[in-house]
Design a protein around this ligand. Structure first.
Ligand code: FE2
Length: 253
């Protein structure tokens, strides 16, 4: 299992506060059977340059890596001989908030998930516009990147007109859904509506990715396994296999 959207790196955004929290989140992901986690800290072009972001991300990643190495050394040989499952592998990425002109930003590939041409983009929580469609089209056609749209279920409520939405969804973009939508927690009505939307998305689209979008261990928790269990119950295991194949394909590209 791959968690495609997380804020697990310590102290870089509104996700994990520190290394201890990141380690606890990692253990939680491990206990759910997740083998790979994409770390996708927020990137806002109006706050930092891409270089500054990459530097900060590297720093956060190294802090976590140091803690992981320490833990590795403190493990007893008994742990390894009993084949205790290893903590998930972390790949660095970003949740890139849309910015005007991003289609032509030549540093954009540096924000892709490491080793891939796949970029996770967070769209504005507002009526989508024609120029935003054009930017996404340019990213796909001129920069040859694969665009994943973060938590696609969060945008429809802002679309008074669905014209641009429809055009964007006709592009070869890959929608990503947050698994929390499958678990009742918020007000019943809004959650139910989003849940129906997400299930429909999984039925209608050949390629959909899943992520927990976890930020911590209290309010926005790693919940991939629980969300997947609901999907399996509602739509059958094959939908999950299909999503796993998409994730594998993107990471091996
Ligand atoms: Fe996120």
């Amino acid at each position: 299992m791959i968690d495609f959207h997380t804020h697990i790196l310590p102290g870089i955004d509104d996700g994990s506060r520190d290394v201890d929290m990141s380690m606890a989140m990692l253990r939680e992901e491990q206990s759910q059977g997740i083998h790979t986690i994409i770390a996708t800290p927020h990137f806002y072009a109006n706050r930092r340059s891409i270089n500054q972001f990459l530097e900060r991300r590297q720093h956060a990643f190294e802090k976590l890596q140091t803690a992981l190495e320490k833990e590795g050394k403190s493990r007893t040989s008994l742990d390894s001989t009993e084949g205790k499952s290893r903590l998930p592998q972390i790949l660095t990425g970003a949740e890139v908030y849309y910015f005007a002109g991003m289609g032509r930003a030549d540093q954009l590939p540096q924000l892709c998930i490491e080793g891939t041409d796949t970029i996770l983009i967070e769209m504005p929580f507002d009526q989508w516009r024609e120029d935003q469609f054009r930017d996404l089209k340019t990213i796909i056609e001129k920069q040859h990147l694969t665009v994943v749209l973060a938590h696609i279920e969060r945008y429809p409520e802002f679309q008074k007109s669905m014209r641009v939405w429809d055009s964007i969804l006709e592009l070869p973009v890959i929608p990503q859904l947050n698994t929390g939508n499958f678990l009742k927690k918020d007000s019943f009505f809004s959650r139910n509506k989003k849940r129906r939307f997400c299930l429909q998305m999984l039925k209608d689209h050949s390629e959909v990715l899943l992520g927990s979008d976890c930020h911590n261990l209290t309010s926005r928790v790693p919940n991939l396994a629980a969300g997947r269990a609901v999907i399996a119950k509602e739509l059958g295991e094959e939908v999950l296999h299909k999503s796993d194949r998409t994730a594998d394909r993107l990471l091996s590209a």
